[in-house]
Design a protein around this ligand. Structure first.
Ligand code: CU
Length: 124
């Protein structure tokens, strides 16, 4: 009886170790590979207090930027060369764009043209 009991108490510990290894393999290893290949990443830009934050950002080609409007006021993300343009973004709305090629891309909010930002896309 005591033999069964001790197996029952050790087994969850083993399961815990296995779980830790699985978590390590599932999350830590991809993170290491992702750090080695930054071209497939996503970067967040916040729209808050009538400004893009960060206003200026440098990324590698292939990076996706996700803008999120945290203001109570609608804003847009509109590039000066019209290569990308969001609809009017209400509170908590998101807009994303993947920058495939190198260059400097300036953008602004069509509702508030004083709101400007720039994305520098260069191999890093
Ligand atoms: Cu705006």
């Amino acid at each position: 009886m005591s033999h069964v009991f001790s197996r029952a108490t050790i087994h969850p510990l083993r399961a815990c170790v296995v779980l830790a290894l699985v978590v390590c393999a599932a999350f830590v290893m991809p993170a290491i590979f992702a750090a080695a290949a930054p071209s497939a990443s996503t970067v967040e830009v916040n729209i808050t207090k009538f400004a893009f934050a960060p206003k200026e950002i440098a990324i590698a080609p292939g990076t996706k930027i996700v803008w999120t409007n945290h203001d109570e006021t609608p804003h847009t993300v509109t590039s000066n060369d019209k290569s990308f343009a969001s609809k009017g973004l209400d509170t908590d709305d998101k807009f994303e764009h993947t920058f495939a090629s190198e260059g400097d891309f300036t953008y602004y909010c069509t509702v508030h043209p004083f709101m400007t930002g720039v994305v520098h896309v260069h191999k890093q």
